[in-house]
Design a protein around this ligand. Structure first.
Ligand code: C2E
Ligand code: C2E
Ligand code: C2E
Length: 89
């Protein structure tokens, strides 16, 4: 097992996401809204997403999962801990 503990979850900060300009964050915001709708999970300040979903989002943003993770960290939408969640990709 990793000395740093279990693989962290990918947790999207929905309040931060809502503050970002649509040109940047629109695709991610629509994706997150779809997941919330599928789960019936509307009241959260954060949303835990699947690792698979980060792969799909990377395709949408035409980046590698690592590059997209760095961008989402720079936007404040993902915690820097999320880096460890994509190392296993
Ligand atoms: P599904 O993938 O067939 O999952 C059915 C139910 O299994 C989910 O109902 C949830 O209660 C549970 N489940 C599946 N995977 C996980 C998991 O990794 N963690 C937890 N805690 N529970 C899990 P739920 O939440 O009502 O979702 C209904 C359907 O909505 C899912 O059916 C799936 O098709 C879609 N969905 C929900 N959340 C996500 C997501 O984060 N990513 C994707 N790609 N689809 C999602
Ligand atoms: P955690 O994973 O550290 O999540 C802490 C809190 O962040 C949650 O408190 C909830 O308020 C929020 N949160 C995280 N992900 C989501 C999300 O996708 N949607 C929403 N609406 N809120 C989210 P909460 O609900 O009291 O859960 C406390 C702890 O219970 C969680 O800590 C986790 O350890 C466990 N837990 C709750 N739901 C699940 C689950 O579906 N799967 C697993 N494995 N653990 C869960
Ligand atoms: P979690 O609930 O703590 O689940 C951690 C990991 O356990 C998931 O990582 C997945 O690899 C596995 N897992 C848990 N439940 C199921 C299941 O029903 N079916 C399968 N095939 N695998 C399962 P993953 O996929 O990266 O998801 C990360 C987190 O995203 C989950 O943490 C949960 O908080 C959230 N999530 C993912 N899918 C769903 C979903 O369908 N519904 C809900 N409510 N939450 C989900």
């Amino acid at each position: 097992p990793s000395p740093l503990g279990p693989t962290p979850k990918l947790v999207i900060d929905l309040e931060r996401l809502a503050q970002l300009p649509k040109e940047k964050a629109g695709a991610l915001a629509r994706y997150a809204a779809t997941i919330q709708s599928q789960r019936g999970d509307y009241n959260g300040k954060v949303l835990s997403i699947r690792q698979e979903d980060l792969r799909s989002l990377a395709v949408i943003y035409d980046k590698s999962p690592t590059e997209l993770t760095e961008e989402l960290i720079s936007w404040g939408v993902l915690d820097p801990e999320a880096r460890r969640a994509v190392e296993s990709f």
